[in-house]
Design a protein around this ligand. Structure first.
Ligand code: ZN
Length: 445
């Protein structure tokens, strides 16, 4: 009897599962007609239809006959662009106020809830993928990827890592010498990590990779948000950086580093780091070295009005950075080094919309086409540096072409002529699709 019952349940489950998957398959063909397509790479728009099967773009042609049962979206001559990609977005810091994270006012469930709901908001602003260089978005990524909760794709670095006194050191000033047997709350929760010495940096890098990081983020120079590290300082010895790089390379991925000064950038690049976060004070000579080594600079178009810091030291550091930014963008463009751009939004649940404004700000140094190319196919090219650790391997991201992921935005208007359309996604992004699934469609309204 037991065996029969068991068999019954197995049959029941298998039948139900195949029914569910059949139901999903039948609904998963979408035809977008009458579109002007920016493919993420070429300036010239393509006019035609896009057929999407399941989560991938199957065909792009001048005219496609609708398959039976297909969901049809008439783009009405509006512009289809690839879903935007942010190269520097902290899923778990962006929507969490600083007081929650650093004054021991909050706990991890609060961070998780704020971040999960934030990820949906980010998606609904047209960002379908982010590279996350610091924090713990692993469970959020899992729930998004499984389709259980709406949100963007994530390539997580996990906790960003610095030495004691560095950018990730959130121990108290009086905790010196620090009791190495004690690990603070945010570190235990993989939000930040301090490690010192070649042996410990190897161990922690392995911990972070084991936890699911797609690339490793360290800090080799001072920061703005942190308390103990002036911007000019160098963090980590060359041997420590090389050890992290070796561990990441053994895992077939790369290391990205937060650093501002030219000296810090050069040391990092010479030690094998493949991407520099910020790097605003870099010289032309070092940018040329980066280009030679195929490295990337990941920049943020920060303006002075964006942030005010309670801590006067942080405010002073921030103002110096804003001045440097106006120089580094044209310089990097002139040298021809790989440029990625991201928001690096911190602690600002109400100001996260600036993520879209940042795309528009690139117009100060780039044509609308160049700006959109950076925010789509170029940022996607940076993600490719994760190699086999890249979690989305079925097709390319950041482009509209056959075989690519169906991550698309339909813009009411042509952003290659009017980049400022990107700043108001609520009004101008009339369709948002990720992984072939429509998350927003107001095109007929
Ligand atoms: Zn950051």
């Amino acid at each position: 009897m037991k065996k029969v019952l068991h068999l019954f349940f197995v049959t029941f489950i298998v039948t139900t599962m195949s029914f569910i998957s059949y139901g999903q398959d039948a609904k998963k063909t979408t035809l977008i007609t009458n579109a002007k397509i920016f493919d993420g790479v070429n300036e010239k728009l393509i006019e035609g239809d896009i057929l999407i099967e399941n989560n991938l773009i199957k065909t792009i042609e001048a005219s496609i006959k609708a398959p039976k049962g297909a969901n049809i979206i008439d783009a009405q001559g509006k512009t289809v662009i690839p879903g935007l990609i942010d190269a520097h977005w902290h899923t778990t810091y962006a929507y969490t106020p600083a007081a929650v994270l650093f004054l021991n006012q909050g706990d991890m469930p609060e961070v998780a809830i704020r971040s999960m709901t934030g990820a949906e908001k980010t998606l609904l602003r047209g960002f379908t993928t982010v590279r996350d260089p610091g924090g713990n978005p692993f469970a959020i990524k899992k729930l998004i990827d499984s389709g259980e909760y709406p949100g963007h794709r994530i390539l997580p670095s996990g906790p960003f890592m610095s030495p004691t006194s560095g950018h990730a050191d959130y121990y108290g000033k009086t905790e010196v010498p620090r009791d190495k047997d004690y690990i603070n709350y945010w570190e235990r929760n993989m939000m930040a990590m301090t490690s010192d010495g070649v042996d410990e940096v190897r161990l922690r890098t392995r911990d972070i990779l084991k936890y699911g990081a797609t690339q490793i983020k360290i800090t080799t120079g001072g920061g703005v948000a942190s308390e103990f590290d002036p911007l000019d300082v160098s963090e980590y010895s060359v041997d420590e950086i090389k050890a992290v790089v070796e561990e990441a390379n053994n895992y077939n991925t790369y290391v990205t580093s937060h650093v501002y000064t030219d000296r810090g950038v050069r040391t990092s690049i010479e030690a094998g780091v493949k991407c520099i976060e910020h790097g605003f004070f870099v010289t032309e000579e070092t940018l040329k070295l980066m280009k030679e080594k195929g490295a990337w600079i990941s920049l943020q178009p920060v303006f002075k009005e964006d942030m005010t810091w309670d801590n006067p030291l942080s405010q002073h550091k921030f103002e110096g950075i804003v001045e440097a930014i106006d120089k580094v963008f044209p310089l990097a463009k002139k040298v021809g080094v790989n440029i990625a751009v991201g928001k690096d939004h911190l602690f600002g649940p109400t100001t996260a919309i600036q993520q879209n404004e940042y795309v528009v700000r690139l117009g100060k140094w780039f044509t609308p086409f160049e700006a959109l190319k950076i925010y789509t196919s170029e940022n996607a090219r940076l993600l490719e540096m994760s190699g086999p650790r890249h979690p989305y391997q079925e097709g390319p991201l950041g482009v509209v072409k056959e075989g690519a992921y169906a991550d698309l935005v339909i813009v009411d208007g042509n952003p290659l002529e009017n980049l400022s359309l990107i700043a108001d996604p609520e009004k101008n992004f009339v369709v948002i699709m990720k992984d072939g699934k429509v998350y927003k469609n107001t095109i007929d309204k």
